[in-house]
Design a protein around this ligand. Structure first.
Ligand SMILES: O=P(O)(O)OC[C@H]1O[C@H](O)[C@H](O)[C@@H](O)[C@@H]1O
Length: 544
C-alpha cells in the first residue's frame, strides 16, 4: 500500500520544516504566555498542550483545515442525530445516552426508560430483593461480552475501584479460550452468581459460546430444573435472539442500532458498571460525558479540547510521519485505558476508504501505552532515544483515593519528569560530563558520550484532573471519543463502521467446518491446509 504520509497543505509543510529545526524550549522562551495560550479546560479536565511542536500559525492553519472540512457543521450533525454513519445508514448517537443538550426527544425517551429499568434492577440486586434460584443473594456479576461489550465496562469498573459497592464483585469474560471463563467460574458460587450476556448483535461467536458454557455450568451445579432466569440477564439490541437463547424477555435490557459497540458503555451495556458501582455513580459518569459533549458542541474550535487534541494528532500523523501515539496514564486504576482506546481509536479510524474512493493521507495511528510509572521501566527508553517520533498523552489525577501522599507525589513527579525530559533531552556536552563525573577518561567520555545523548523535542500533552471520579472519567472518555470523530472528519472516513473485522470472522466459521470435516478445505492455501492438519492430528492423538 503506498499512501503518502504527508498531506498537501504547502504552508503547513513549510512550517513543519521550520518547526523541525526549532527546539521546544525556544518556543517557551519566545512566548512568555505559551502555557496559558496552549492550554484549555473542559468538564473538570485541564489540557496543557504547550509541549507540542506547534506555533500559533501552525495551530491557525490546522483550525482552518478543520473549517474547510466543515467540522463545525459535522459536529452538529453528529449530536443532532443525522445518519452520519453513512455506510450503515444510521446515526451514531452515543451522546444521547448521556443526555447531551441537543439530544433528539424520541431518543431521550427511549434512553430514560432503559435507565429506569436499569435503576430498578440494580436496586433489586443491591437490596437483595433479587435472589438466585436457591434463595441466595447475588454476590458475583459475570459480564460475558467482547470488544465494545467488554472493554468499556471493564475499563470503567477497574478505573473506579474506589467506588465499588461492598458485597458485589464484577468479573469480565471475553475470550473464546475457555481458560478465561473457567478461571472466573473456579472462584464463583453458582447459587450467588448473575451472568450478564452483553452483545449488541447477540450473534457474536465468542459471547454465545461462553454464555452456553456458563449456562451448562449452572445447570450441572444446581440441577436441570434450576430457574436460569434468576441467573441470566442480557444487554442487547437483538431482544429476539436473547430470548431465543433462553433469557426471559423481562430480563433483557435494550440498546439500539444507533449506538456503536465501541461507544456503548453509556447504554445498557454499562449495566455491570451500574451493578458494581451503583446507579448514582453510573449517572455521574454519564453527566461528565454530557458536559464534555456540550463543550464539544458549543466552544469555538480554538478552545475546543477534543478538536485541539485531534488536530495535534493529525499534525504528527500527516506532517511528521508519526505512526503511533502513546497513552500513558499516571494512575494505576487507569491502566486499562490505553487498551480501551485501542478499540475506540483503531477500530474507528483504522481505515483506508474515504467517503468517495481511497484516502489520500495516512489515517489513524497505532494506539498503545501502559500505566506510569511501569512504562518507564520498559518502553520509555524508545520514547527518549528511539528513532521514531511517538507523541504521548500523559494523563494524571492530582489527588489519589488513598492517603499515601508520598506515593502520589512520586507518581506525579515522575509524570512531569517524563514530559520535561522528553522535551529538553540531553546534549553531547552534558552526556560527556556525566561520563567524566563517574571517572571515565576524557577520551573514553568523548567516545561514549553519544550513547547518552537525548535529542529531546519529543511532543507531549498533559491532561490533569482533580481526582479520578466517575464524572471526570466520563469526561475523559468522551474527550477521546470526540477526538476520534474530529480526526475522521479531517481524514474523510466513516469512524462508525468496522467492515475490516468481518472477513476473519466468516473465515473462522469455515475453518471450524473444515476441522470438523463438514466442509472441503482444498480451496485454502497449502500453509493454511497444513496448519489445519496439524490441529486435526492433535485431536486424533487426544482420542487415542
Ligand atoms: O456486542 P457484539 O455485537 O457482541 O459485538 C462485539 C464486538 O464485535 C465486533 O467484532 C466488532 O468489531 C466490535 O465493534 C464489537 O464491539
Amino acid at each position: 500500500m503506498s499512501i503518502p504520509s504527508l498531506s498537501h497543505n504547502d504552508e503547513l509543510l513549510a512550517l513543519q520544516n521550520v518547526l523541525a529545526s526549532q527546539s521546544l524550549i525556544s518556543l517557551f522562551v519566545e512566548d512568555a504566555n505559551r502555557t496559558e495560550d496552549y492550554s484549555c479546560e473542559a468538564s473538570g479536565l485541564y489540557l496543557d498542550y504547550s509541549k507540542n511542536r506547534v506555533n500559533s500559525r501552525a495551530m491557525a492553519l490546522l483550525f482552518n483545515a478543520a473549517r474547510e472540512k466543515n467540522l463545525e457543521q459535522k459536529i452538529q450533525a453528529l449530536l443532532g442525530g443525522e445518519a452520519i454513519n453513512y455506510t450503515e445508514k444510521r446515526p451514531a448517537l452515543h451522546t444521547a445516552l448521556r443526555g447531551a443538550s441537543n439530544t433528539p426527544a424520541d431518543k431521550k425517551a427511549l434512553v430514560d426508560d432503559v435507565h429506569v429499568k436499569m435503576a430498578e434492577f440494580v436496586d433489586s440486586i443491591h437490596s437483595c430483593r433479587w435472589r438466585g434460584s436457591t434463595g441466595k443473594t447475588i454476590t458475583d456479576i459475570v459480564n460475558i461480552g467482547i470488544g465494545g461489550s467488554d472493554l468499556g465496562p471493564l475499563m470503567v469498573t477497574e478505573a473506579l475501584k474506589p467506588y465499588q459497592q461492598k458485597n458485589i464483585r464484577c468479573h469480565f469474560v471475553s475470550n473464546v479460550d475457555a481458560a478465561d471463563l473457567l478461571s472466573i467460574l473456579a472462584n464463583t458460587n453458582p447459587e450467588s452468581t448473575l451472568f450478564v450476556v452483553a452483545s449488541k448483535t447477540f450473534t457474536t461467536l465468542e459471547t454465545l459460546t461462553n454464555a452456553t458454557t456458563a449456562r451448562d455450568w449452572l445447570t450441572r451445579a444446581l440441577g436441570a430444573d434450576v430457574d436460569v432466569s434468576k441467573h441470566f440477564v442480557a444487554t442487547t439490541s437483538n431482544v429476539e435472539n436473547a430470548v431465543k437463547f433462553g433469557i426471559d424477555a423481562r430480563n433483557v435490557f435494550p440498546m439500539w442500532d444507533w449506538v456503536g459497540g465501541r461507544y456503548s458503555l453509556w447504554s445498557s451495556i454499562g449495566l455491570p458498571i451500574a451493578l458494581g458501582l451503583g446507579m448514582e455513580n453510573f449517572k455521574a459518569l454519564l453527566a461528565g460525558a454530557a458536559e464534555m459533549d456540550n463543550h464539544f458542541s458549543e466552544q469555538p474550535l480554538e478552545k475546543n479540547m477534543p478538536v485541539i487534541l485531534a488536530l495535534l494528532g493529525v499534525w504528527y500523523t500527516n506532517y511528521w510521519e508519526a505512526d503511533t501515539h502513546a497513552i500513558i496514564p499516571y494512575a494505576h486504576d487507569l491502566r486499562l485505558f490505553p487498551k480501551y482506546l485501542q478499540q475506540l481509536d483503531m477500530e474507528s479510524n483504522g481505515k483506508s476508504a474515504a467517503h468517495k474512493g481511497q484516502v489520500k493521507q495516512a489515517t489513524g495511528p497505532i494506539i498503545w501505552g501502559e500505566a506510569g510509572t511501569n512504562g518507564q521501566h520498559s518502553f520509555h527508553q524508545l520514547l527518549h532515544q528511539g528513532t521514531r517520533l511517538v507523541p504521548v498523552d500523559f494523563i494524571a489525577p492530582l489527588k489519589a483515593h488513598h492517603e499515601h501522599n508520598d506515593h502520589q507525589t512520586h507518581l506525579f513527579a515522575n509524570c512531569l519528569s517524563q514530559s520535561y525530559a522528553l522535551m529538553v533531552g540531553k546534549t553531547l556536552e552534558q552526556a560527556k560530563q556525566e561520563f567524566i563525573d563517574i571517572g571515565y577518561s576524557d577520551e573514553e567520555s568523548e567516545q561514549l558520550a553519544h550513547h547518552k545523548v537525548m535529542e529531546g523535542n519529543r511532543p507531549t500533552n498533559t491532561i490533569l484532573m482533580d481526582q479520578l471520579t466517575p464524572k471526570n472519567l466520563g469526561a475523559l472518555i468522551a474527550l477521546y471519543e470526540h477526538k476520534v470523530f474530529v480526526q475522521s472528519v479531517i481524514w474523510d472516513i466513516n469512524p462508525f463502521d468496522q467492515w475490516g473485522v468481518e472477513l476473519g470472522k466468516k473465515i473462522s466459521t469455515l475453518i471450524s467446518g473444515v476441522i470438523n470435516n463438514e466442509i472441503d478445505g482444498s480451496t485454502f492455501d497449502a500453509s493454511t491446509q497444513s496448519l489445519i492438519k496439524r490441529y486435526q492430528n492433535s485431536l486424533k492423538l487426544d482420542d487415542l
